[in-house]
Design a protein around this ligand. Structure first.
Ligand SMILES: C[S@@+](CC[C@H](N)C(=O)[O-])C[C@H]1O[C@@H](n2cnc3c(N)ncnc32)[C@H](O)[C@@H]1O
Length: 504
């Protein structure tokens, strides 16, 4: 147990994969005179691999954890050109000093900790040293520090999650990479290739960079992204001439929204994202919904068979208010006995969710929501309005369903078009494979927070297309209301029209 806690604290997941280590070492293009840095030594896998190529290699190693530091000392203290220090690579004053003088290393290789836990004091110190970066995600800080530590022309190879390619919070590190280095290559592969790791939220990448002081050279640099590996052994053996991925110019990536690297098999998708004049955020408000702070107390269900509804009380049908839209100051709560209101929650259902959940909206409860620390009485101007709900987490594809003047909870992004007449079109689009391709290119993880939904390109349909879509969506909703399921044939017709509108 203690071992596991230590591993989590220091994110000590060692690179026990010969193909990964071999590939990274080959990316470094080692020479005998290189001055090499390993910023988070672990038990020394990379050091051993470098020594196998050159037993006189000059390597500086840092490691924070005292046990791992001892192991490194025991293994390498008899190598006169290997210096192991117990220190924090992100805060160490010697390293900060060397960075300030334009760097000192020819080569750097690392598997840095990802999201290692940091106390508030350390986070504050990191924020000060790395003000443009997201301090909670340690790997980006290691990458930044190591770019600074490279000499001009020096090369580094890092194995890190692929989230730095497009997540909003990594905009700063992307800008730094694109303007201070030439990306030599980027390999992308499933996290399951890494022994003992399989984080569902992202894949892994190995990025190899060369430091350059010429911003023009950096921006004119073209690099290859290699993906579609079916097993880890292919990493060590693939020929770089094989067409296994994509090629990008750094200046093109820099001009993308948020400097995101959009990797998609279909250039139409990336062009649509980069060139669209309108985004969903321009034509609709995209907002997160309500949380009571204590759902066990305030939320009730209309059936104990409701999915995830077992632990909630059953609502008394007589306490449900069906006339709440006519209450003028509904955001102040309801007087009297009928104070439960329908609320739309997460769950991947298309077009229309069956009613199941009811929130206590008495005056007393609402005043609690407005003052309780855990509650989120956020974006109330959108409560009880006609709009669309997209669950924050998708199971496979993005789904959207109507919010028919109901409350919606924080697991949902509420989308409220400024022009209400496009609501059905937007609903069909958000459920379409076309939209799914767009959002997964913008953000490959299964999350759909409001900020990413806002970036999805929006294309207006012709009057004819809109009339067809409105009619078909209405048919689908009517049939669901009558107790039917979503009509697949009608859905396919809808998605064909959307494919024509978006051209993919
Ligand atoms: C993911 S492991 C990788 C170790 C080794 N390079 C490998 O590939 O097997 C990260 C290592 O960094 C160390 N570490 C974590 N935070 C550190 C920091 N701030 N400075 C230096 N080392 C750190 C951990 O103790 C751990 O040994």
């Amino acid at each position: 147990m203690v071992m596991i806690q230590e591993a989590r604290k220091y994110q000590a997941f060692y690179t026990k994969s010969t193909p990964i280590v071999d590939y990274m070492i080959s990316c470094l293009r080692l020479t005998h005179t290189d001055k090499i840095f390993e910023p988070c030594g672990g038990d020394g896998v990379f050091i051993e691999a470098i020594l196998a190529e050159n037993e006189n290699a000059q390597i500086d190693v840092c490691e924070l954890n005292s046990i791992a530091y001892q192991t490194l000392q025991n293994k390498f203290s008899h190598y006169s050109k290997i210096q192991v220090r117990q220190c924090d690579t992100l805060l160490d004053s010697d390293l900060i000093f060397l960075s300030g003088f334009g760097g000192t290393y020819d080569k750097i290789i690392a598997n840095p900790p990802y999201g290692a836990w940091q106390d508030l004091k350390k986070r504050a110190a990191l924020k000060k040293i790395y003000p443009t970066l997201y301090a909670k995600e340690t790997y980006a800080l290691f990458l930044f520090r190591c770019i600074e530590l490279l000499k001009e022309g020096g090369i580094l190879s890092f194995i890190i999650p692929d989230t730095f390619l497009n997540l909003h919070m990594h905009k700063g590190i992307r800008h730094h990479i694109l303007t201070h280095t030439k990306i030599l290559e980027l390999a992308l592969f499933p996290s399951s290739f890494f022994p003992g790791v399989n984080f569902g939220y992202a894949n892994l990448s190995i990025i190899t960079l060369q430091k350059s002081l010429s911003k023009i050279d950096c921006l004119n640099n073209q690099f290859n992204v290699f993906n579609s590996f079916s097993n880890v052994n292919q990493l060590a053996n693939f020929k770089k001439s094989e067409s296994r991925g994509f090629s990008f110019l750094q200046k093109d990536v820099l001009t993308n929204p948020d400097h995101a690297l959009l990797i998609s098999d279909n250039s139409r998708i990336t062009n649509a994202i980069n060139e669209s004049k309108l985004k969903i955020g321009d034509i609709a408000s995209c907002v997160t919904g309500f949380y009571s702070g204590d759902d066990k107390t305030f939320l009730q269900v209309n059936s104990s068979d409701l999915k995830n509804g077992k632990n909630y009380d059953l609502v008394d049908p007589k306490s449900i208010n069906r006339d709440y839209q006519n209450i003028p100051d509904i955001l102040e709560g309801i007087e009297g006995e009928k104070y439960f209101l329908p609320i739309v929650k997460g769950g991947n259902t298309k077009y229309l969710k069956p009613e199941g959940w009811f929130m206590n909206w008495s005056k007393k409860a609402v005043s609690h929501y407005k003052t309780d620390k855990k509650a989120r009485f956020q974006n109330p101007q959108y409560y009880f309005k006609f709009g669309i709900g997209v669950p924050m987490i998708s199971s496979s594809s993005i789904t959207a369903s109507l919010i028919e003047n109901k409350l919606f909870d924080q697991s949902i992004v509420g989308i409220f078009p400024i022009d209400k007449s496009i609501t059905y079109y937007l609903l069909a689009f958000l459920n379409s494979p076309t939209c799914n391709k767009l959002i997964r290119t913008i953000n490959p993880s299964a999350n759909n927070p409001a900020n990413y939904i806002k970036k999805i390109p929006f294309v207006l349909p012709s009057d004819e297309q809109k009339a067809f879509i409105d009619k078909t969506v209405k048919e689908i909703i009517d049939s669901i209301k009558k107790g039917g399921v979503c009509n697949e044939k009608l859905e396919i017709d809808l998605y064909e029209v959307i494919k024509i509108i978006y051209e993919f």
